[in-house]
Design a binder for this molecule. Structure first.
Ligand code: PLP
Length: 295
């Protein structure tokens, strides 16, 4: 690589930070504009989205309930501890499939409606056109920073889970003054599934914003390693590199795997200016460091 920048969205300035903050700016706004009194967030017991949603709902004066797959864990992850202490109510589906939260949330929203309440259901990962608007804005913020740094083109490299982050970048990139190549490292889905999801949300986001240009193309690489949520030796090396060079905390599920994939591509000849988008995951990153130290 010629030059590597890091876009520090682990430092977005709200709760533990991370990419969910930019999505929630619009999702919570939409919930309030729709007159909802309760936000339903969906995910796993370690979900960054559910954790940040619980905090954002509380700050906005909305009730929050989270629907988590599986059973209450013995060892309580940082994110679950924060959800519980935020005052949000937790429902566990008792089913380890990630998709089990969808039906339970729909049922709970109906139940709330019958009780005269009104729930805003945020899809897993905040992957919706509304959430992606946060990253439509973010890519324009980045483009400005690149102009100031006199960069004339760059590759943006970001982790892909539910796909909303990369989708928003794709929707916004067509308005960037600096030509951007958008690359995603998929940590949970196959490359094909990830691409479909990103394209769908990007198109919906562009339609929502009434953008004339079709979203920019994105390239996705497989960064799953041994599987979703399972750390790899490559990821641990990337984690140590981030910590030793910039004192960044990287997590085993998203950011370390994304940096590991970027390192691999750089060895294979990826060139020019690259922006590694740090998307957060600080709770899991700290847990990983603590476990590693055997504390
Ligand atoms: C820390 C972190 N990085 C990256 C992602 C991936 O973002 P997205 O779901 O928008 O693809 C997520 C959430 O899924 C996340 O929590």
């Amino acid at each position: 690589l010629e030059r590597l920048f890091v876009k520090r969205d682990d430092l977005t300035g709200f709760s533990l930070g991370g990419n969910k903050v930019r999505k929630l700016e619009y999702l919570i706004g939409d919930a309030m504009a729709s007159g909802c009194d309760t936000v339903l967030a969906l995910g796993g017991p370690k979900s960054n989205m559910c954790q940040t949603t619980a905090e954002a709902a509380r700050v906005a004066g909305l009730a929050c309930e989270v629907v988590l797959y599986g059973d209450p864990p013995q060892d309580v992850p940082v994110n679950l501890a924060l959800i519980r202490t935020s005052g949000a109510h937790c429902h566990f589906t008792g089913d380890n499939r990630r998709s089990s939260v969808d039906d339970v949330a729909t049922g709970r929203a109906r139940q709330l409606a019958r009780a005269g309440r009104s729930a805003y259901v945020i899809p897993r990962g905040g992957a919706s056109a509304v959430g992606a608007v946060g990253y439509h804005d973010a890519v324009l913020e980045l483009a400005n920073q690149l102009v100031h740094a006199r960069v004339d083109s760059a590759t943006v490299f970001v982790g892909v889970g539910s796909g909303g982050t990369l989708a928003g970048l794709a929707a916004g990139a067509t308005q960037s003054d600096v030509p951007l190549r958008l690359m995603g490292a998929s940590v949970s889905r196959t490359v094909g599934e990830g691409a479909m999801q990103v394209e769908r949300i990007a198109a919906e986001c562009a339609a929502l914003l009434d953008l004339k240009a079709t979203p920019a193309l994105t390239e996705i690489v497989d960064a799953r390693g041994p599987g979703y949520g399972k750390a790899s030796a490559e990821a641990a090396t990337a984690r140590d590199l981030g910590r030793a060079s910039e004192a960044m905390i990287l997590d085993p599920v998203y950011t370390a795997k994304t940096l590991a994939a970027l390192t691999r591509l750089a060895r294979q000849g990826l060139d020019g200016t690259v922006v590694f988008w740090h998307t957060g995951g600080i709770g899991a990153g700290i847990e990983w460091a603590v476990r590693e130290a055997g504390v």
